[in-house]
Design a protein around this ligand. Structure first.
Ligand code: ACM
Length: 264
């Protein structure tokens, strides 16, 4: 069994120290989890006015203050953490998700599908769709607006993901009600950690969710409160792809008719 904790809060725009404090407070004042999932761009906030603001807030993975602090928490709690991360590599910026474990950095995913003005600041992801085989289970990552593209979820599940961690800063009202369908048709767990609050002209929709392979909500957060949502789940449930005794929803796929994904 794996204890999953979703941190729903409002990152502060351009204030990495305040964001570390919020994460530290939520993690240390609640019961220990094996896996913590944080919102998108949790080190930086979201609603940038221009690229210069992003450059000021973005961090390199290897020298990030935010990730260094989270790595200390991961060691202290003997836990894994998935966090949205405003990433700079050279002169390029990425809207990333980072997986950390007690031994340090496990992997990075860079958001493939950029939303609205993100297209002015960030490069589209160039690291594919990795799935990480960790001691707590096989974890894939997507970021927020990636939700709109079922191909990405399918590709992660075909690569063996048992849980897809989904750091988000959702502003449209649809995603949280679509996730049960995605978890059912892919027979996997999905943990959408969405932020709350208002930043400049945007209001975020909260209601973080954890959904199981039967398409049931296991956790659902409020629309506007800082919350630590936690539950214990058996990720091995994701290995059973049967929807009836005679239907394995992966093996029954007719990729000979509609093609397959060039998964990398
Ligand atoms: C989003 O992708 N942050 C809506």
């Amino acid at each position: 069994m794996v204890k999953v904790g979703i941190l729903q809060f409002a990152p502060v725009l351009g204030d990495v120290k305040a964001n570390v404090s919020q994460v530290r407070e939520l993690v240390t004042s609640n019961k220990r989890c094996d896996l913590y999932v944080l919102p998108e761009l949790a080190n930086s906030g979201y609603r940038f006015n221009n690229r210069d603001e992003v450059i000021l807030a973005a961090e390199k993975v290897q020298s990030s203050y935010f990730l260094k602090e989270l790595m200390q928490l991961a060691v202290h709690k003997n836990a894994h953490i998935v966090t949205g991360f405003c990433e700079r590599e050279g002169s390029l910026l990425y809207n990333s998700s980072v997986l950390i474990g007690p031994e340090g950095l496990v992997g990075v995913y860079r958001k493939l599908h950029l939303f609205m003005d993100e297209k002015d600041f960030f490069e589209p992801g160039n690291l594919g769709l990795p799935v990480y085989d960790t001691p707590i289970g096989r974890i894939g990552m997507l970021v927020c607006f990636d939700w709109m593209f079922p191909e990405a979820w399918r590709a992660l599940v075909l690569k063996g993901a048992q849980l897809i961690a989904h750091p988000s800063n959702l502003v449209l009202p649809y995603c949280q009600s679509v996730m049960p369908s995605y978890s059912l048709v892919n027979k996997c767990f999905i943990a959408t950690a969405n932020r709350i609050g208002k930043e400049r002209d945007l209001t975020f929709t909260g209601q973080s969710v954890l959904v199981d392979p039967t398409g049931e909500y296991v956790l659902k957060g409020s629309i506007d409160q800082t919350e630590f949502l936690t539950v214990e789940v058996d990720l091995k449930q994701s290995d059973n792809k049967n929807i009836t005794p005679r239907n394995d929803v992966m093996k029954d796929r007719r990729s000979d008719v509609y093609g397959d994904f060039n998964v990398r």
